[in-house]
Design a protein around this ligand. Structure first.
Ligand code: PRT
Ligand code: ZN
Length: 298
């Protein structure tokens, strides 16, 4: 348990999630000066300490209450909970899905290997760094296969004849392709998540978590939305609202004396940019400005 009066958040020290985790915390207005190899780093303007660790340890620390919060891949959270046993799910929960570090845990086989469906994996050996997740998936699907736990470079296992197939994280798929492997089955979709321990802690800490959560939500919402301004004929207003997702309640300002032309200002979810702009132009919108939003509060 963390008995310090300050809150602790576990984040990945050096890896794919580190930069985005730091950016997110800085986006929330937190100031800190982390130096390499520092395990704990104090925020100077918020009662929070960052604990910089390997991604493998983050879910463990939060589940055990060593840190109240953590930023970790959903893949790693699931693996940790499955490896530790069913009762562990009540020890931790997801506060926010953070939208970065997206990937999937998938099974891949050599290009030439015959594969119809997951039953084709019966009696095969599968190399993975996610043995608990893979075993769970195989059990759920009643497939008997050998799970071979290796900690790195899983993709070379078939070429080395260590295993018939692999189960690893995939984002672009280029690692699989360059190793002559074909993705055949997704077993988990992942993105980074903010997790919170379910261990009891003081009301003061609870209050700090609520403040931080509010700020995080503001940063995450802002990243997904844009401030949009355009001019348009009044009669196109309803059509414009249907084109732009999230533009239900725009500010509408009459232009000129006859009121036939309007300016529309709104916060909207970022659309499939170019095709949406083309549709807006087609219904008569002009001077369309799309501006990033730094934060949304309240
Ligand atoms: O040192 P530490 O233990 O902290 O870091 P690590 O090396 O174990 O983890 P790291 O930094 O590689 O990944 C941290 C987290 O990033 C993972 O747990 C995922 O939640 C997330 N993530 C997102 C990924 C990927 N995308 C990813 N593509 N993690 C790993 N990969 C690897 C994958 O294992 C494979 O080797 O990238 C390769 C595949 O990428 P593509 O683009 O070729 O498909
Ligand atoms: Zn790791």
């Amino acid at each position: 348990m963390n008995n310090s009066p300050r809150l602790r958040i576990a984040i990945q020290k050096s890896g794919r999630l580190s930069e985005k985790s730091f950016d997110l915390l800085r986006g929330c207005g937190l100031e800190f000066d982390w130096r390499r190899n520092q395990l704990l780093c104090a925020c100077t303007n918020f009662p929070l300490d960052l604990m910089l660790v390997r991604d493998d340890d983050i879910a463990e620390f939060v589940t055990d209450g060593v840190c109240e919060l953590g930023i970790v891949g959903f893949n790693m959270l699931e693996e940790t909970l499955l490896a530790r046993g069913d009762n562990q799910r009540q020890e931790v929960h997801i506060l926010e899905r953070l939208g970065f570090g997206t990937c999937r845990l998938a099974i891949a086989v050599p290009e030439e290997k015959h594969f119809v469906d997951i039953n084709s994996l019966a009696n095969c050996s599968i190399a993975t760094s996610y043995p608990a997740s893979l075993q769970y998936f195989l059990n759920q699907n009643h497939v008997e296969a050998e799970v071979i736990h290796i900690s790195g470079s899983v993709e070379i296992a078939p070429a080395l004849q260590i295993a018939d197939a692999i189960c690893d994280l995939v984002s672009t798929g280029s690692t699989l392709r360059s190793n002559g492997l074909r993705e055949v089955q997704t077993i988990l979709e992942s993105q980074s998540v903010l997790i919170q321990t379910n261990k009891k802690f003081s009301p003061e800490k609870n209050e700090v978590i609520s403040r931080l959560e509010e700020r995080l939500k503001g940063v995450i919402r802002a990243a997904k939305t844009k401030y949009i301004m355009m001019n348009a004929p009044l009669e196109a207003l309803e059509e414009i609202k249907s084109i732009m997702p999230g533009l239900e309640d725009p500010s509408v300002i009459p232009l000129g004396s006859d009121g036939k032309k309007i300016a529309i200002h709104a916060v909207a979810r970022e659309p499939d940019f170019w095709s949406t702009m083309e549709k807006l132009r087609a219904v008569g919108a002009s001077s369309i400005l799309v501006v990033p939003i730094e934060k949304i509060f309240g």
